[in-house]
Design a binder for this molecule. Structure first.
Ligand code: IDC
Length: 336
């Protein structure tokens, strides 16, 4: 090696060392303060007894926002809106509500291709952002899930095949059975759909609806579904309508060993509109937090109804500021 080449290499080495040492020293605290995504922190979730646990076996609470029906409000399924919710609201879960029978629903003339493409987009954005995502088969006016059971099975077969490797996906197989649909009926539907999902996806959480608009968790607790793991049962409430006696239903169900997940709630009346009741809503949140029950708030839209989290005058579909939020939106952001 020539003398000047050696000199040059020495100088280079000194320069590299000079820059790398302080860089390392400053990089260490930066690394430790860097926020991990909810998914990076918790990994694949599992259910043990009544608890939802992360991959390390620690309890985890999903705090989510539900879209309104993606048939009506597809525009909110975008990466920036989810990112706003994650970074500014501290939401770690998005629920994609796909109505099955209302206007342009999956089983009532809506484009299956378009609806599934919205679900795919929603799952992709949530995954990129490290958020959990619920694929919600949103039955409502089709009161009994057995009505569209065949379509549910083929839908969830497709979803489970596609998303079995996604650690952040949860399947909600029937939003709110109603119209007198019995737990026995729901259970028979659930068993078929769960069997299909588990053929492909052995692990991700499955959320099962309960009778009377997903309120009768106490009834489900008397006779839970056997033979499968990672199942949870949904309880829904609207704070201006459902109060103490509903909390005691949840309490009863948990005492009987049922894992409960609040995949939808609002602080309005059960119509999704009318007065909001913040006092009762705060009681609910205190109750849920104490028991580490996950909760997902209805709904991400600017619809002119009091359960909507955005003001009806808000035209933004991302980057929502406090002034864009409805009273319910302001309340929920503060709760988080
Ligand atoms: C409501 C919406 C409303 C829409 C209606 C369709 O807020 O804009 O017109 O559905 O029937 C539920 C349901 C949920 C309801 C919500 C409020 O899961 O779909 O959304 N709610 O009524 N259960 C209890 C209340």
């Amino acid at each position: 090696m020539k003398k000047h080449t050696r000199k040059y290499l020495c100088l280079l080495l000194i320069l590299v060392l000079a820059f790398s040492i302080p860089a390392e020293i400053t990089a260490a605290p930066a690394k430790s303060t860097k926020l991990k995504t909810p998914l990076a922190k918790n990994g694949r979730l599992k259910v043990k007894k009544t608890s939802l646990l992360n991959s390390k076996g620690k309890p985890v609470v999903l705090k989510g926002v539900s879209t309104h029906g993606i048939n009506w409000f597809p525009e909110y399924v975008n990466p920036d809106s989810f990112k706003t919710l994650r970074d500014n609201w501290r939401v770690n879960c998005i629920r994609l509500a796909m109505y099955t029978e209302e206007y342009n629903g999956y089983c009532s003339g809506g484009s299956k291709k378009d609806l599934k493409s919205l679900i795919d987009k929603g799952v992709t954005y949530a995954t990129e952002l490290g958020m959990y995502v619920i694929i919600d088969w949103h039955i409502l006016s089709d009161s009994n899930p057995n009505k569209n059971k065949k379509q549910a099975i083929s839908f969830f077969k497709e979803m489970a095949k596609k998303y079995r490797k996604n650690k952040n996906v949860l399947y909600e197989i029937c939003n709110e059975p109603n119209g007198g649909t019995s737990w026995k009926d729901i259970k028979s539907y659930a068993k078929s759909v769960i069997k299909t999902i588990r053929t492909y996806d052995k692990k991700n959480i499955i959320l099962v609806g309960t009778p009377t608009w997903s309120q009768d968790v106490d009834t489900a607790a008397d006779s839970p579904i056997k033979g499968y793991s990672n199942l949870m049962y949904t309880f829904h409430f609207y704070a201006a309508t459902h109060k103490d006696n509903y909390r005691s239903k949840v309490e009863k169900a948990i005492k009987k060993g049922l894992p409960v997940f609040v995949s939808e709630f609002g602080i309005s009346e059960s119509s999704g509109n009318g007065k909001i009741n913040k006092k009762e809503a705060n009681k609910w949140i205190k109750f849920l937090k104490k028991r580490k029950i996950s909760f997902v708030c209805w709904n991400l839209s600017n619809k002119n109804e009091s359960s909507a989290l955005l003001k009806s005058s808000c035209q933004k579909t991302k980057g929502f500021k406090s002034s864009d939020l409805s009273a319910a939106g302001k309340w929920f952001k503060k709760v988080l």
